[in-house]
Ligand binder design. Structure first.
Ligand SMILES: [Zn+2]
Length: 502
């Protein structure tokens, strides 16, 4: 819900928003970060727990090797340098859904730092957004405030999520508009999905975002730069990129309004209420020293040496940006088609398999983007649930390429495939819309039409050449729409001309 600013464009233009994002991403490991419990969304509450993730006295954490590998993959995919020796720290705070009373995280020596993501700015030019750091940590459990008969008076705790491995990715305050924040998140999610380290499912909380936002006078920015950054507020745990954009638009307006009234922005955490389209103060924001970080005494330093790093990075896939560039080159695609086709790794893989098997990759791209994708969207289906297989896609593309099927016939067959939930080859075999390309067969039809319409024949012979279209139409109807149009046209004209002028 975009907020409609009450401030005039002139007032808004005086200020420069400054935005930084912190993104928490759950890793798709089988077990939790520091114990063998199942790492799985949902489940009967408090069943995926053990003494370690419950924080019982004497239980010791053991680091999950796969979580480290995923963190390294994610970090490299966003251009970070990997720190060979990183340190786990305790971040101390009390929270009902965190029974240990602290979170195992990384503080001054995170596993990775100094990355970047490139986004398009408002003019479409590439803009580099710095990534300060990526560190490993564990998730907390969940407080359930509703869904129970006595939810009005009680809060329930589910600790299944306790100890789920996370990476936190912190951007530099390089973002200047809510749209840039949206772009950054979209690209970050796309990259992470390509690496396969997370499902990035925002509804299930696998990807969560906090946004830091402040405003400053543009004149101050021009004179003093980052030294003149304003006081920031943090918008916590917004669960969709669109909501984050709306929350940032609201916050920017709110802060400018305060400054225009001569007030001061408070450093605090705020929550976005989407129904009301505004943010609310939650609590004053802690500073790092409030957490009393200290090195985790139960875990040794984490060492990811060159050999292990090389082994992990061997499975780093080609990333979306590079893949788009290559596919544009290799298959002569438009940038827009390349963007659509690389939306997910599976989709791009599917396209490339079909493109290599088909006669013309651009036909495959056209059918995939203009025919299949809209039909999938209309039925709310994922690519994986498409009734049309890759082999079906290749057949459709090849039949279009050879001219055996018109684009209209392809559309009709795809409609049948989707309505009967059958693959394209099966529908094609059954309905086989034939094109009659046999000269003698079409010739026979043309003869029949000419004999049946002597009046129109005389008109043509009298010089009214446009009557040819009438014969083509009649013959096409007789052929049940199956005559090859080009052949039919030429046979009709040839036959009529052969009769000579009146
Ligand atoms: Zn456990």
């Amino acid at each position: 819900m975009p907020t409609l600013s009450a401030l005039s464009p002139e007032v808004l233009a005086k200020y420069q928003p400054v935005i930084g994002l912190e993104v928490h991403v759950q890793l798709l490991t089988n077990s939790k970060a520091f114990c063998g419990c199942l790492n799985r969304y949902g489940g009967e509450p408090n069943t995926h727990t053990c003494p370690t993730c419950l924080g019982l006295p004497g239980a010791l954490p053991v680091l999950n090797r796969r979580a480290v590998e995923f963190a390294v993959l994610a970090a490299r995919a966003i251009g970070c340098e990997i720190r060979e020796t990183s340190i786990f720290s305790r971040k101390n705070y009390f929270y009902p859904d965190s029974p240990k009373g602290y979170q195992i995280s990384q503080f001054d020596k995170p596993i990775a730092a100094h990355g970047s993501i490139t986004i398009p700015d408002a003019d479409g030019h590439p803009k580099r957004i710095g990534i300060t750091r990526l560190h490993l940590e564990e998730d907390a459990g969940k407080s359930l405030h509703d869904g129970f008969p006595d939810s009005s008076s009680r809060t329930y705790i589910d600790l299944n999520r306790c100890g789920t491995p996370l990476v936190e990715i912190v951007s530099e305050p390089d973002l200047r508009t809510p749209d840039e924040a949206f772009e950054y998140l979209t690209r970050l999610k796309e990259i992470l999905l390509y690496t396969g380290v997370s499902d990035c499912n925002m509804e299930e909380g696998s990807l969560r975002c906090d946004a830091n936002v402040s405003v400053m006078l543009r004149s101050d920015w021009n004179e003093r730069g980052a030294a003149a950054f304003g006081t920031k507020a943090e918008v916590k745990n917004v669960n969709s990129f669109r909501y984050i954009r709306s929350a940032l638009e609201y916050e920017i307006d709110r802060q400018i309004g305060i400054l225009e009234d001569g007030g001061r922005v408070t450093q605090e955490s705020r929550l976005w209420n989407n129904a009301e389209g505004r943010t609310f103060s939650m609590r004053s924001k802690e500073a790092a020293h409030d957490y009393r970080y200290f090195p985790e005494p139960d875990l040794p330093p984490l060492v990811v040496g060159p050999d292990w790093q090389a082994e992990i990075l061997g499975s780093l896939p080609e990333l979306p940006e590079a893949r788009r560039a290559r596919m544009i080159e290799q298959y002569s695609l438009s940038p827009q088609d390349a963007a659509t086709l690389t939306a997910t790794r599976a989709f791009a893989d599917g396209f490339e398999i079909a493109a290599k098997a088909a006669k013309n990759p651009r036909r495959v791209a056209a059918i995939l983007t203009s025919e299949l994708t809209p039909r999938l969207r209309a039925q709310n289906l994922d690519q994986a649930d498409s009734p049309v297989s890759l082999a079906g896609l290749v057949l459709a593309a090849d039949l279009a390429e050879s001219g055996d099927l018109s684009s209209k016939q392809i559309k009709q067959l795809l409609d049948s495939a989707f309505s009967s939930n059958e693959d394209f080859p099966a529908v094609y075999e059954r309905e086989k819309p034939q094109q009659i390309s046999d000269t003698s067969a079409i010739q026979a039809i043309v003869d029949e039409v000419i004999i049946a319409n002597p009046k129109q024949v005389d008109q043509y012979r009298g010089g009214k050449k446009t009557v040819a279209a009438f014969f083509v139409g009649q013959a096409m109807r007789l052929s049940k729409g199956q005559a090859n149009p080009a052949l039919l046209n030429s046979l009709v004209t040839r036959k009529l001309d052969a009769l000579g002028p009146l």
